[in-house]
Design a protein around this ligand. Sequence first.
Ligand SMILES: C[S@@+](CC[C@H](N)C(=O)[O-])C[C@H]1O[C@@H](n2cnc3c(N)ncnc32)[C@H](O)[C@@H]1O
Length: 310
Amino acid sequence: MARQEADIHSESVPAPGAPAASNMVELNGHLYDPSGKIFVANDASEHHRCRLQHQILKDCLNGNLMATKLPPDVAMIVDVGTGIGQWAAEVAQQYPKAQVIGMDISKVQDTPVPDNVSFEIHDVEDPWNCEPNSVDFVHIRDVTGGIHDWLALVRQAYKSLKPGGQLEMTETRAKFFDFDGTFGETGTFFVEFENIYLELASKTGMDWDPVPSSPDWLNEAGFEKIVQRSEIMPIGSWPKDAKLKKKAMDFTNMWNDGGWETKTARLFTTCGWEFSDFRSLLDRVKKETADSGVKAYATVVFTTARKPKR
Ligand SMILES: C[S@@+](CC[C@H](N)C(=O)[O-])C[C@H]1O[C@@H](n2cnc3c(N)ncnc32)[C@H](O)[C@@H]1O
């Protein structure tokens, strides 16, 4: 990291509820971290998406904050890429005796938090400040677009965890699926979007769909008991079942209500797309979410693992 950037990111965080950092860079109507290494926006519109997603993911986990079963005496939790800090705040409430550290490169934490939460403005790809073998649980959620070396990240997590400590990674796959083969017959804007997205993503040298490789990275880092749990997230209005219909509505709204743009605009424009062409592509994708004949779904994958006890 350049010296100037290190200086920017070594500051302490503002009081909860304080306005977001003023040093963000504006691009096509969105704010981004000034380091330039994070492709996802970090502004009011992205924070709105994160709040919706937080609830959607809890719904997937029957109201729980994680798929991992934590022991009641958990003492140290690290939330990697904590964002506005909502997960950190809730986990700290649930485990009032634990210390919770929320790490993020951007100073955007605006959630009121209990006393047992602290935030560190820190690039999570730089060495962490915590002692080796000191952490009980590392939580990494929705940081794709900001991680250049996933294996190094899970190695860092492994080093920081106590023997027997646990890790969870949660990401939405960069892939659309369909229930009844309609994609194959007609071709869809979902597929067009996915193909372009993955082609552009490959030019960044970053892995934008880390789920398939995560078990190998975790294994290489030394983790055991690696388990992936995949949740179907329907897109559009096609599900008939009431529970699935609600899930589809929440998930689709999250993307259509600004999510496609905050997550992917910078990738497209960095790779040479005109913003107006990107918008037109998104309009076609959004229109397709209203077509009940296209039975698309994405998946959210919870990957859990443990550092061996000895
Ligand atoms: C999409 S938000 C998700 C926030 C939170 N994990 C959640 O699930 O609600 C991603 C956050 O990860 C942070 N992030 C991404 N890459 C990072 C990196 N290399 N170092 C520190 N923070 C990073 C971003 O700044 C952003 O606040």
